[in-house]
Design a protein around this ligand. Structure first.
Ligand SMILES: Nc1ncnc2c1ncn2[C@@H]1O[C@H](COP(=O)(O)OP(=O)(O)OP(=O)(O)O)[C@@H](O)[C@H]1O
Ligand SMILES: [Mg+2]
Length: 536
């Protein structure tokens, strides 16, 4: 399907290609820039171009590719670094240098890389559709390959192969696919959704203990400038107990991304001893990259995450920050002259975000396995104002909310999660799990901890009037223990050994603090002086 460019307005280009469908991919100009059809009119289609449109001229050729924006799924995604259109950044750099050139054609998965395939079946076997044919060793993970249809296996490779060659064929001539193309805007299918009942252990005490996350759950970290969103997301990416992490650097600083990558290449995964990078997929669209591809980047990332979920793994998608994605959406919507909603964001912002969150969950896959996709998105509300549209839209859809508090960050209390404003809808379900696996006192200690923090807050108002000396000893004890809870338990420095705390350690630490409080309180009753108790 061929045509020409009619007009160009920033990242949107109108073309006269006949027969286009909404969301079809289009290549525009001599440079072959990639774009997507976002509006159709009679005789004219509007294309949102994902690359820099500078230098593009009217009347240059345009091609309709007759497919929607699609990614490649298969072995080799793990450890990979891609841009928002799934172009492999490392191989691009090796080929064309460190500066991204527009329209460089490179397939996302390396066709020359050698993989090892361990067959479970052999030529001549009768199999049913979706039956396991064998596994590819991908880093520490086994990557299952299933039969594309029912029938007899005509040929199946054993040992080394490359993605460029075929793995085998069925008797009816059908190839056994290792690379699966998938349109990014369409959620991948599963048999059924299950309710999230297992915890996602992050290693952050305040999260795991007070506001636990569930595997397959969704959470947001909204916080103003410098409140620790990036540090927290990266700490979770490093330590969370999961098979695979997909990290989307969405419109944030390039140097932070570079540091993260460097760390991931050198740091080992405690569970497999392989570099962390081997279980990580990074999608980058940093602030210095073309803004339009940012809108697509979260879909590219979530599709890869769903793919590993479908292989039966537990996957976490982290995006920093979804606000930059919403800004890209706003920019595109404005250039299409759509009717603006609140603060200029398109009216469909909430439904788009909700549909995105909907792609998380625990599922029974088509192959009968259980896999999960959890999501944690950071939100950067301008001026730290949580009533702005993006935070509000996320709030409605997410299962947990960690409010990052500017005043805590200023006092260098990190992670600056406000313990009064944050919540997790998974908490009630997960307490039972922790009580069964870690300690039967989990729920009781959680309530004691919350009660002490709450009493401290009330007493703080009193001390502002009467001073600390005006308090009774029992109240001063509460103030003293609550302070220790804040400093020794809730604070967790991401740059020291303390960065990760296993649930058992978390529980031991809070049990010690609450135990001290209970004992001290009963000794106060017996007439021991507070000063002496606090000295111990
Ligand atoms: N858990 C932590 N432990 C120790 N220091 C932290 C922690 N979290 C944040 N900090 C400190 O706060 C600084 C700012 O954190 P970060 O860059 O994550 O903020 P941000 O919310 O991502 O900011 P921005 O809105 O600019 O993206 C860090 O450089 C670090 O010094
Ligand atoms: Mg940041």
């Amino acid at each position: 399907m061929k045509g020409r460019i009619l007009g160009i307005a920033g990242p949107t280009v109108s073309v006269d290609i006949p027969g286009l469908k909404l969301y079809d991919m289009v290549q525009v100009g001599k440079a072959g820039l990639t774009g997507e059809v976002v509006r159709l009119e009679s005789g004219r289609a509007v294309v949102q171009v994902y690359e820099d449109t500078r230098g593009l001229a009217a009347h240059e050729p345009a091609f309709g590719m007759d497919v929607p924006l699609t990614v490649e799924l298969g072995p080799g995604l793990l450890g990979g670094m891609f841009d928002g259109l799934q172009r492999p950044l490392e191989r691009l750099r090796d080929q064309a240098g460190p500066f991204l050139t527009s329209g460089a054609p490179l397939l996302p998965l390396d066709r020359d890389r050698v993989w090892r395939f361990a067959p479970a079946r052999q030529a001549g076997d009768e199999v049913h559709a979706g039956e396991l044919l064998g596994e590819v060793q991908e880093g520490a993970l086994l990557h299952p390959v299933s039969a594309p249809c029912a029938g007899r296996v005509a040929r199946l490779c054993a040992g080394d192969f490359t993605l460029g060659e075929s793995l085998g064929e069925m008797a009816d001539g059908r190839q056994i696919p290792v690379i699966v193309p998938w349109p990014v805007r369409k959620a991948r299918p599963y048999r059924r959704k299950l309710s999230p009942t297992q915890p996602l252990v992050t290693g952050q005490r305040i999260i795991d203990f007070l506001f636990p996350l569930a595997l397959g759950g969704t959470a947001i970290f909204p916080g103003g400038f410098g409140t620790g969103k990036t540090v927290l997301e990266q700490a979770v990416a490093k330590f969370a107990a999961l098979d695979i992490v997909v990290y989307v650097g969405c419109g944030e600083r390039g140097n932070e991304m570079a540091e993260l990558l460097e760390e991931f290449v050198t740091l080992g995964d405690p569970r497999s001893d392989l570099p962390l990078m081997q279980r990580t997929i990074v999608v980058v669209n940093t602030s210095n990259m073309p803004v339009a591809a940012r809108e697509a980047s979260i879909y590219t990332a979530v599709t890869m995450a769903e793919y590993y979920r479908d292989l039966g793994y537990h996957v976490l998608l982290l995006a920093d920050s979804i606000s930059r994605w919403a800004e890209a959406l706003r920019e595109i919507s404005a250039s299409l002259e759509e009717m603006p909603g609140e603060e200029g964001y398109p009216t469909y912002l909430t439904s788009r975000l909700a549909a995105f969150f909907e792609r998380a969950g625990v599922v029974e896959t088509l192959g009968g396995k259980v896999g999960s996709l959890s999501m944690i998105l950071s939100v950067s509300p301008p001026g730290g104002d949580f009533t702005e549209p993006v935070t509000q839209a996320c709030l409605r859809a997410a299962g947990a909310f960690f409010m990052l508090d500017t005043s805590l960050a200023q006092r260098r209390h990190f992670p600056a999660i406000n313990w009064f404003q944050s919540y997790s809808l998974y908490q009630a379900n997960l307490v039972a799990h922790f009580e069964a696996r870690v300690s039967s006192r989990w729920g009781e200690l959680q309530r004691s901890c919350q009660r002490l923090l709450q009493r401290e807050e009330t007493l703080r108002e009193v001390t502002e009037i009467v001073g600390i000396e005006g308090l009774q000893d029992t109240d001063r004890l509460v103030m003293s223990v609550a302070e220790r809870i804040r400093q020794e338990f809730l604070c967790q420095n991401a740059f020291t050994e303390d960065a990760f705390s296993a649930p058992e350690q978390t529980l031991a630490r809070i049990a010690e603090l609450i135990g001290f409080y209970d004992q001290a309180e009963s000794r106060l009753q017996q007439g021991v002086l507070l000063e002496e108790l606090l000295k111990e």
